[in-house]
Design a protein around this ligand. Sequence first.
Ligand code: FDA
Length: 583
Amino acid sequence: REEDLHTDVLIIGSGPAGASAALFLATYGVDHLVITKYRWTANTPRAHITNQRTVEIMRDMGIEQDIIDEATPHEMMGDTVFCSSLAGDEIGRIRTWGTHPVREADYRMASPSMNCDLPQTLFEPILIGHAASRGSRIRFDTEYVSLEQDDDGVTVTVLDRLSGHEFRIRARYVIAADGGRSKVVSDLGLPMAGQMDVAGSMNIVFHADLTEFVGHRPSVLYWVLQPGATIGGIGLGLIRMVRPWDEWLITWGYDINQPPPDLDDEMAIQIVHNLIGDSSVPVTIRSLSLWGNNKMYAERYREGRVFGVGDAVHRHPPSNGLGSNTSIQDSYNLAWKLAYVLKELAGEALLDTFDDERAPVGKQIVLRANKSIEEFGAILEALGLEDTSQNVEQMQAGIDGLADDSPEGVVKRAALREALELKDYEFNALGVELGQRYDSAAVVKDGTPEPAYTRDPELYYHATTWPGARLPHCWLGDKGRQVSTHDLAGKGGFTLLTGVTGHPWVEAAHKAAVELGIDVRAYVIGPKADYADLYDDWARLREVAEDGCVLVRPDAHVGWRSHSAAEDPAAALVQALRGVLAR
Ligand code: FDA
């Protein structure tokens, strides 16, 4: 119909997935519109761990400093405590999020950006603000109702929740970023594996100055094992820092097979005081909510012209802090592909590679996050708390046994140590966060086998320029100033990196850019070249000869590489780019 609103891309939802999609498309100059159901962004802190890949992506968008300014820094994130209450016994402590000195090196060597803690309530407005200032049109109070697809586009019926009127939007493509209860994904009938609502959780957001309990062991997470808890299956509660050290979120489990608890302020304050272990602490409750833990992922992310991103296609518990991060990374993968296709710089088939590249990541993180929940069982077992029918005295005796001067005490302490080490897979899983290696038609392989993992692939990131992997980071020199290899990549364009004897590749990049009408920036890394290899790290990381090259896609994943000089470098590069771009 003539009166329909038209746009190239309609984004449904303004959570981390939708808001970041808007920021990326606005930055790439793609016409788009966001609709979102409520009057503003997330109203509870929810996601908070912001991993290095996400901060890197924000660095590419030029807004890393905004993130750092608002976030609790890496240094204050990692003394994760297990205790009987904040005021009570400390049962164990582990260094998390790469704050152990040994792991810190892995994290710092892997990325120009450190992780940080940024509650969703603060992150979403940053994303939305920058998206809007770069051209996004964002309609709040606007709800998706239904859609119909044909060969040229999608007609979406939406409800203006203020006026109660329905209207239609015609889009060439739709991004379904409408969260874990996605109506779009269920209307599309995307195949889903797994199960929703495997466990129940309640969130209690509150203000209380807890400096005296936590200031000496700064962390974003304090796990509380309380014997005799009347609520929750496992008796393990979580006190999560929202802002240091006076705003908090308690997550407490409940039995999802029973009617939901009647959570009111009085009950919430009781839970808060129990977990603090001091009922004299003044507490102001800010919000209460119930939510379900899920174990579900879509096996396919695309149906025609509609793409699912974020929780809409992968739903899992908060463990590993992967929810919002993966959602943003989905959108980053999709946005440049949409931009190239809409600008007619890539073939339509490029869009198929979104699904090929991101669906395996979604499955991996859903299974990982759920396994991390199960692995808490080892801690409870070590303490003899796995049987939740135990009474208060029996359970307290289990915890007290940790201090026993006896052979049983020795066994218990060793078992606890082992159980806590297992939590590295939740709290220090750098490989899960940075290790994605894509396998799709948007990656032109070079015939070499996938490099083997020399350490645990979930715990450790393995830098490689093997096509499909994320570009390895190292510091280069720009007239004495340090810049990351990642600073040369991104910005919506392709990047080619070569060495001093690789000059012909620079010429080839110019030719390829002209022939294909795309942005291909070429940089020589070496003495007196575009960038100095300050510490010779690039020479160690590049895995190609100095006269070879590494071609980097707009999302900082390697698209292709040549191990050495080519007879006709321009022809080789054009062929590779045509492969990546499905042209
Ligand atoms: P998200 O759910 O954030 O956003 C969906 C968007 O779609 C919203 O803007 C919504 O208004 C909109 N929408 C929905 N239906 C619509 C419709 N019909 N029409 C238009 N718009 C519609 N993660 C973590 O790492 N740590 C944590 O502690 C928590 N805690 C937590 C608590 C609770 C209660 C929930 C629900 C979730 C978490 N999470 C979490 C998960 C994390 O918040 C989640 O992974 C991200 O928010 C996912 O981002 P999305 O943008 O995909 O969905």
